[in-house]
Design a protein around this ligand. Structure first.
Ligand SMILES: CC(=O)N[C@H]1[C@@H](OP(=O)(O)OP(=O)(O)OC[C@H]2O[C@@H](n3ccc(=O)[nH]c3=O)[C@H](O)[C@@H]2O)O[C@H](CO)[C@@H](O)[C@@H]1O[C@H](C)C(=O)N[C@@H](C)C(=O)N[C@H](CCC(=O)O)C(=O)O
Ligand SMILES: Nc1ncnc2c1ncn2[C@@H]1O[C@H](COP(=O)(O)OP(=O)(O)OP(=O)(O)O)[C@@H](O)[C@H]1O
Ligand SMILES: N[C@H](CCC[C@H](N)C(=O)O)C(=O)O
Ligand SMILES: [Mg+2]
Length: 490
């Protein structure tokens, strides 16, 4: 069990005032008052739904070693230590890093950020490092991994305590490298503050999460904040073809590197062909076939190649391994029907940009006779502004569309559907129908599909549940598609 004196956790924290003993032994950190108990230090965070400061007294009553807060309670308990800080989130992150012995400093930690492509890049880099013979960790939306051991993920980027605990487990297991996704929520909430990164990778920035960040500018600042905090020993690798790519490097101390399919950059690729069986690219003068499909994946592959070379790996070996790798779960995953050769594609496209990329890719690689039938919905309690845009794109770029539910969470699916429908233009409306039940929507799409047609099921990718009113019921697009193909004799 870890037990460290309170003061030893505060080395990197900006402390405004302190009350009570500083040498109390701390045996656990928490950001949730309900986990309070003897030996625990509770950090009170101001959240989106409530304020942790409201629960300080209840936590102290449960027996608590220390409280870290931005505002002191009216009455201080004599047996508890209080640390007043400017920012509880940042304080928690520094304390968590210290509590777990700064595991990031013992690793080559690579963070991937951007609207789309984080899971794909982090997963590919992890697979690549494993094939190069390293012990490596992965922190991603789909799952966390220590080498091949899978640890379920609840967030794209875990909170600072879980994150440092996982990194420490990875160090203990002998990992030398860790690839992780850095979400904009994580940057804004200081989940990654205090970590020492060896490299940062930027994929792209398009519309998402404006419900949380308020404006696109705030969203951009959150992503940029990750690069601003990189040390000068790290590399910062950005997508030079993305409008916001160069912005990420403006204020970073890290070594600035770029990748591009269009112009001058540290790492360059040329698209030779984008076909059903994969991408044909020229990277740094070498022609290679890859198993991933779609121009957006050319960017992901190039970013991963660049990161690996910046980590000191041999370019030829890296390309050889990358050419054999397959996609991350639920990212452009095909499910082909047995009798009629209908191609089902399950993809996690849950933003306008991702949906457009996937549909453009399908339009590029399909035979002229193949119809594209799209099943898509938008999540509840998330950015509502993307709903009409996604429906508009689906209708414009598909032959038929079934609008349906994603994870409604606490919203009425019919309200979400009405907001989506508002984005469909009058000429496209004949192609669009609405089936709120997602399983029925998939059934309808398969019924409409003729032999060899394409059914795209977008938005949920690897997810194996559907979240309705706080309850996650089993639901797996890939499994349902397979069942529906069989049930309808397709
Ligand atoms: C919007 C958001 O990011 N919310 C995260 C945030 O919760 P919150 O701000 O809503 O917390 P709150 O309920 O207001 O509570 C404030 C504080 O009081 C504490 N509390 C609350 C009640 C109590 O009795 N006692 C107590 O101490 C809470 O533990 C919390 O520390 O802090 C929590 C603890 O770290 C997170 O679990 C929670 O993630 C929620 C579940 C979530 O859905 N997050 C999503 C949006 C998210 O983070 N997504 C990104 C990826 C997105 C992407 O890239 O597409 C991710 O990295 O996963
Ligand atoms: N480089 C890219 N550019 C644009 N779209 C992409 C890119 N890579 C993947 N996509 C699309 O975005 C979807 C999500 O990809 P991925 O899971 O890799 O992104 P992510 O950034 O991890 O998403 P999240 O924010 O949900 O964690 C994919 O299913 C695909 O449709
Ligand atoms: N990480 C993203 C995932 C969205 C996936 C989509 N299926 C949805 O539920 O909206 C989020 O939490 O916003
Ligand atoms: Mg992800």
């Amino acid at each position: 069990m870890i037990s460290l004196p309170l003061f030893s956790l505060l080395t990197d924290v900006t402390v405004l005032a302190q009350y009570g003993p500083t040498d109390v032994p701390i045996t656990a950190l928490t950001l949730d008052s309900r986990e309070a108990g003897p030996g625990v230090a509770f950090c009170a965070l101001r959240g989106t739904a409530t304020d942790g400061h409201k629960f300080i007294e209840a936590a102290v009553a449960q027996g608590l070693a220390a409280v870290v807060c931005e505002e002191l309670p009216a009455v201080l308990h004599p047996a508890t230590s209080y640390v007043l800080v400017k920012d509880s989130g940042a304080a928690l992150a520094h304390m968590a890093a210290a509590f777990y012995g700064h595991p990031s400093r013992q690793l080559k930690l690579i963070g991937v950020t951007g609207t789309n492509g984080k899971t794909t890049c982090a997963t590919l880099l992890h697979k690549l490092l494993r094939e190069l013979g390293y012990h490596a960790g992965l922190l991603s939306t789909v799952q966390n991994q220590i080498d091949e051991e899978v640890i379920p993920a609840t967030h794209t980027t875990p909170d600072a305590i879980r994150l440092n605990a996982l990194l420490a487990r990875m160090v203990a297991a002998g990992c030398t490298h860790v690839c992780m996704e850095v979400s904009s929520h994580a940057v804004a909430q200081h989940r990654v503050t205090g970590l020492r990164f060896a490299g940062g990778v930027f994929t792209n920035l398009t519309h998402d999460h404006l419900d949380y960040h308020g404006t696109f500018d705030n969203y951009l600042k959150a992503k940029k904040g990750f690069f601003d905090a990189l040390p000068k020993t790290a590399f910062a690798l950005t997508n030079a073809d993305d409008k916001r790519g160069p912005v990420m490097l403006q204020n970073t101390a890290a070594r600035r590197e770029t990748y591009s399919l269009r112009g001058a950059a540290t790492f360059r690729a040329k698209l030779i062909a984008n076909e059903v069986h994969g991408l044909h690219l020229e990277i740094d003068g070498r022609e290679i076939l890859f198993r991933l499909i779609g121009v957006f994946n050319a960017y992901n592959l190039l970013a991963v190649y660049g990161a690996a070379v910046l980590l000191g790996e041999d370019p030829t070996e890296v390309l050889t391994i990358l050419s054999g790798l397959t996609t991350a779960p639920g990212r452009f995953e095909p499910v082909v029907s047995e009798k009629q050769g209908i191609t089902g594609i399950v993809d996690y496209a849950h933003t306008p940009d991702a949906l457009e990329n996937v549909l453009q890719t399908l339009l590029e690689i399909r035979q002229p006779s193949q119809q594209i039938i799209t099943v898509v919905g938008c999540g509840g309690n998330r950015d509502a502004a993307k709903r009409p845009i996604m429906a508009n794109l689906a209708a414009r770029l598909s032959n038929q569309v079934i609008l349906t539910a994603d994870n409604p969470r606490f919203e009425d699916p019919n309200d979400i559907l009405a907001q989506m429908q508002a984005g469909v233009t009058a000429p496209d409306s004949a192609k669009v129908r609405t089936v709120a039940d997602r399983r029925e929507a998939i059934q309808t799409a398969v019924q409409l599909a003729g032999a060899n047609d394409i059914v795209l099921v977008a938005g949920k990718g690897h997810e194996n549940y559907q979240e309705i009113r706080g309850v996650k019921a089993p639901f797996d697009d890939k499994l349902i598609l397979t069942e529906v193909f069989a049930a309808l004799g397709k």
